[in-house]
Design a protein around this ligand. Sequence first.
Ligand code: SF4
Length: 674
Amino acid sequence: MLQALRSRPVEKLPDQVRLAGRVLFLTTDAGLVRQQLEGEDLAWRPGIELRDNISTDEITPAYICYYYDETLGDFPYLGLKCGDEFPITRGAVKRGGFVASVSGKRRGKGSSREQSPYAEMCAGIKLVVAENIERIYKENCQNLGILTTTDFSLLEKVRRGEAIPLSAFTAGEGEITRGIIEYGGLFNFNVARLQGKVVLTPPATRPRPMTLGEKILARHWVVDPARGKVGVPAVQPGDEGFVVTDIRFSHEYVTPMAAIFFEQLVGQDEKVHDPGSILMFRDHLTFLGEAMTPERVKDGLLDVALQLEKKQRAFAEKQGIKLYGELRLGHHGAEAICHSKILEGHAEPGMIIIGSDSHTPHAGAAGCVAFGVGTTAIFNSWITKDVRLTVPETVKVVVRGRKPDNVTAKDFMLEILRHPYVKSGQAIGKLVEYCGDAVESLSVDERATMTNMTAEVGGFTGYVAPDAKTVEYLMAYRAMSRAQAERLCADGASDPHAEYCQVIEIDAGAIRPMIALPGDPGNGRVIEESERVRVDIAYAGSCTAGKRADMDMYARVLEQAAERGERVAPWVRFYIQCGSQDVKRYCEERGYLELFRKVGATFLEPSCGACINAGPGVSKTRDEVTISAINRNFPGRSGPGQLYLANPYTVAASAIAGYITEWQEGMALAERPA
Ligand code: SF4
């Protein structure tokens, strides 16, 4: 393989770029967006209210990601909500001749799906301008060769078709990011690296006190790829380089696009590097047939989506890669959701894990550095086994005190997500270290709810230092000996004088069960201070909330309800879906499946399902209200309805009560209000 790439021509972009085309302002006013699509150019003025928080779910809603080739260029921004409207229709951006796309704060938040910038690129967008840009989305843009900036003054140059120095996009960037931009994307940069046209200098950081995250990065730092030399004494924020990975994984939403990039750019018959450390998952879409509207089925989208499974399976078989697949082909349900299985079966303290999914930090609960990357980074890691990064600053989140019994890790996160530092986007791209006695007292499963939702924080990743709970977890889940588990957990703490860019202190004793109002996980409210809301759907599942500890919490509420003869409210559809077959077996052993059936809940085989708008539990209309234990509630995430987030106790209690209800030990739930 290396031979094929060594002779491949690769050159830098010219020093000046000319971006000829129109500018599309993504505004809160649907009428203004439509005017631009119809041919009217808007002059930039600060009074134009730009859309903030445009998520990748809005740029390419989940069903758009069933496509994995240039067809995506027909679809950017189809889920963009401006006021109450979705003004962008199929093909409109491409027809409009736009070259730049402009929005407000936190552009590209949400999932790591590279289909979003790839759809924009295929529609003609070459430049993204925003007040600030989320890490994974920005890296995906750079990896694909899309330019990004927060400098709005460049818009006038674009409009006039003037040349812009390439340095306008590389200024302030480190050596590698600059190189990736100059070579027009990550693949070309890596080819130049393999050809020796780019030689990277390892960081010269002198030994210093480091956070655990920094220590793990330093140990994995690629120094001399030709000689396999890995590891530097120390790193500090801003150091840029490549780190060698222990595990690389992807799921069916991403593998096919990465496989196509691999086959087109590297070669049909070439082999990936070290297939034994690559894992693939069929987890997102196994229930899709039950959730897709008849109109979309008629449009052929179900057939398009099924191609994802086929392409991934064929690629995994050809390359000898372990695939966690469907239970049986055509039978709904998966062996496991990727994050669930990575934590249960693979992650070890001190590892570096990359995954094609923004919730990859889930595995940080085991004391490793696990982070999401886009399609191009995954495809490149199949060649090089390494991944580029810039060492982020670390935020320390200290949760202290004794939490109330009905408060969980989900409430910790909803509280953290509404903290001004996080809400204003300052935690974007940071390492997040969760600590404090309230975190230490959590099980590894509950810690995973916190590290998982680092994606909602916008962090690079989140982790919890390994301790006695981690040792017990490794022994229970991996059948490790105590000595082996203790050895893995040793030396897993931050240094006493390590530097943190911010310390957030949370008093666990003051937290009350919370909900996040529809639209954003940062919309946290204390339930007892909120209006009474009637629910139509309760969803208890996903990687975040489909672990053993979550099942224990649903069962605790439902056991008490069953003893009182209570059942799911007649108007509520209640779905419980675990994260893996291991968790399902755990439920069987404890009699939970029988309990769930008895109270009227529907148990579903593991899969992402409703969490990604692709399974039972999705809303069908805008008026339907869902209470859900998943991690995010961006518009359209789980159907068109109103999606509230809450902890597992609240979800189960609300299913019985029929209203969003804070659960209290022993409380009667089925007293129906008049
Ligand atoms: S359950 Fe939801 S958040 Fe988790 S991997 Fe699947 S789609 Fe992503």
